[in-house]
Design a binder for this molecule. Structure first.
Ligand SMILES: NC(=O)C1=CN([C@@H]2O[C@H](COP(=O)(O)OP(=O)(O)OC[C@H]3O[C@@H](n4cnc5c(N)ncnc54)[C@H](OP(=O)(O)O)[C@@H]3O)[C@@H](O)[C@H]2O)C=CC1
Ligand SMILES: CC(C)(CO)C(=O)C(=O)O
Length: 296
């Protein structure tokens, strides 16, 4: 397949290399000229490897329509502008969204392109504009949104390999909402209290906040298996105990967080008062405002 990957961050860099290794013709699209020139000159470095990998990289404004698949690997907060650019460039290819949260779902449902969502269960950290660290080997769950089931299955088969697995899921809401619950609990707590994921388990006060956040998320998403969901969340805290969540990393690097597509989505879905979710949502919005003022 000819595959475009938009966004040369942690996920985009790793998926570009893994998709190319699977035998596809990949073009990685970035938006900063300095990053594009660096990767053209020196390639992408995965982990501690001494050799770098060559990849075809272009400026996103030069996006074109000759692709069998577009993988969208920006943060949730930049999905709207990329989807608008795809419409402007008349890109009608199938799209695979890889974002955390559910803020992009309405776009995926309503766009004219066939669309699918993927949930990334790998740990990935960007070490430089051309460097990426694969910190946890997981898999990618993929489900059709606005696409025939067999087309999504075909895409899954094209991308799947022993070393970098993809799993097909029947129900996009189930797979995205389960990941949303994990992110609605772990990400805001770690980001507000500047702790690693596993530290929530060691602190009964924070664990209580986690339980409440999980109950509220389950209520908003109409999940009736709250205890099982909380067990799953605590299991992921344990599995990723040394990780800094992506939201904590965003706060520490003074970047915009994905709180809107995570807790914001939950608050919007639920008509009832959700005090814990409202607190973490407003807390992180508040941090964002302080950061913007400091940068003025
Ligand atoms: N990292 C991880 O371990 C995991 C990440 N995810 C999810 O995957 C998604 C991507 O995360 P991650 O890779 O970590 O994020 P990063 O912030 O590392 O990367 C996002 C990239 O998108 C680029 N970008 C933004 N807007 C545009 C645009 N208009 N055109 C082209 N490129 C653009 C950014 O460019 P610039 O550098 O110029 O700002 C940046 O390189 C997120 O939703 C995240 O929650 C899910 C699970 C695990
Ligand atoms: C699962 C978890 C919480 C791992 O850190 C994650 O998805 C994130 O950090 O965004």
């Amino acid at each position: 397949m000819k595959v475009a990957i938009i966004g040369a961050g942690a996920v985009g860099l790793l998926y570009a290399i893994k998709t190319q290794e699977r035998g596809h013709k990949v073009t990685l699209y970035a938006r900063r000229q300095d990053q594009i020139e660096l990767i053209r000159r020196e390639g992408i470095q995965v982990g501690e490897e001494h050799t770098s990998r060559t990849i075809h990289i272009e400026d996103v404004t030069r996006l074109h329509h000759f692709f069998d698949l577009v993988i969208l690997a920006t943060k949730q907060t930049h999905v709207d502008e990329v989807v608008a650019l795809m419409a402007e460039k008349k890109v009608t290819s199938p799209v695979l969204f890889l974002q955390n949260g559910m803020g992009h779902v309405d776009l995926a449902v309503n766009m004219p392109n066939p669309s699918a969502v993927g949930v990334v269960e790998h740990g990935v950290r960007k070490t430089s504009d051309r460097g990426v660290l694969h910190t946890g080997l997981g898999l990618t769950r993929i489900a059709a949104v606005n696409m025939e089931r067999r087309q999504a299955l075909w895409i899954k088969d094209q991308l799947d390999s022993k070393e970098f697995s993809y799993v097909f899921e029947e129900d996009w809401f189930e797979v995205l909402s389960n990941k949303l619950i994990v992110n609605a609990v772990i990400n805001p707590i770690t980001a507000l209290f500047n702790i690693r994921n596993g530290e929530i388990l060691e602190n009964p006060y924070l664990l209580n906040i986690a339980k409440r956040l999980c109950e509220e998320a389950c209520m908003a998403l109409l999940k009736t298996d709250g205890d099982r969901q909380f067990e799953r969340v605590t299991h992921i805290m344990e599995q990723t105990k040394w990780n800094r969540s992506s939201m904590l990393a965003d706060v520490l690097h003074q970047r915009e967080t994905e709180i809107e597509g995570i807790s914001g989505y939950i608050l919007e879905k639920c008509k009832q008062d959700l005090p814990y979710t409202s607190f973490v949502y407003e807390g992180l919005k508040g941090i964002g405002q302080i950061r913007r003022r400091e940068n003025m």
